[in-house]
Write a protein that binds this ligand. Structure first.
Ligand SMILES: Nc1ncnc2c1ncn2[C@@H]1O[C@H](COP(=O)(O)OP(=O)(O)OP(=O)(O)O)[C@@H](O)[C@H]1O
Length: 260
């Protein structure tokens, strides 16, 4: 049985902010060290899916954007706000960045109810406003009847919907989703894909999601990017459904700008 999905009507998208990344970071893989070297600009409100083989550096790139790791060199900026600039010694800690993130393993607190998990993300709000916001987010996630449930009482799809609204509760400009659907069965995964698109339309956050699934990437993304051995490579339209040629035969590109 498909999970019940909230019947809320998406509002006009609130604009996120453009994300600019120009960084280099040394990775140490099993076959030796290599550079993650990425330059891209993602326009406000754009939904980008990042694909590529295992070990290409997708998760590391997400962590560098989030501020969970410091880039070896280069700069990350969200709109006019510089989040990290290695040369200038700027590094805004993750908690001070206008972003939300969701990872494959939910990262929910096992001892907190669904409502408390969302409330935890809103410490800046007065009690009443926080309770209202929590109720609204539970409604959006289709989890209102499960407000008092603990993660162990939720299905995989419910947990991931909860993780998603928790990440969105503050209305972040940027949403980072690292393999958020890969632990789900195919039916729940399809349901969550539709849910993600609705969330994106509703909240309007600039979104970067990693996925190994080319069909999922094509379905969800405004733009699909492919990372191979630390570098972005061109992906001609239609090429994503096939397995790509070897890295060496692909044109390497120094910069991808998604600004029209
Ligand atoms: N903090 C780090 N410092 C240096 N190297 C790292 C660090 N974290 C991961 N690596 C290495 O960088 C490479 C890329 O790892 P990463 O997890 O980013 O790849 P990925 O594309 O997300 O892979 P997957 O699709 O399997 O999740 C791996 O070889 C890993 O061992």
């Amino acid at each position: 049985m498909p999970e019940p999905v909230s019947n809320f009507v998406p509002s006009a998208a609130a604009p996120g902010a453009p994300l600019s990344v120009a960084l280099t970071h040394r990775l140490r893989g099993p076959q030796g060290a290599f550079d993650l070297s990425v330059r891209l600009t993602i326009p406000a409100g754009c939904f980008v899916v990042l694909t590529g083989p295992s070990g290409a550096g997708k998760t590391t790139l997400m962590r560098l954007i989030a501020g969970l790791e410091r880039p070896g060199a280069g700069r990350v900026a969200m709109g006019t706000r510089v989040w990290s600039d290695a040369a200038a010694g700027v590094f805004v800690p993750v908690r001070a960045r206008d972003l939300g993130f969701v990872f494959q393993d939910y990262a929910l607190f096992p001892n907190m109810t669904a409502a408390a998990q969302i409330g935890f993300a809103l410490p800046h709000l007065p009690r009443r406003a926080r309770a209202e916001r929590v109720a609204e987010m539970l409604e959006i996630a289709g989890l209102a009847p499960l407000a008092r449930a603990y993660p162990a009482q939720l299905s995989g799809g419910q947990k991931q919907r909860l993780a998603l609204v928790r990440a969105l509760a503050r209305g972040p400009g940027l949403l980072l989703l690292d393999e958020p659907l890969s632990a789900l069965d195919p039916e729940t995964r399809a349901e969550l894909q539709a849910h993600l698109r609705r969330m994106h339309a509703h909240f309007g956050a600039t979104t970067v999601m990693t996925s190994h699934d080319p069909a999922e990437a094509a379905l969800l993304a405004d733009r699909v990017l492919r990372l191979e051995a630390g570098a972005l490579v061109h992906t001609p339209p239609g090429a994503l459904a096939q397995s790509g040629p070897a890295v060496a035969s692909r044109p390497r590109i120094a910069a991808v700008s998604l600004i029209p």
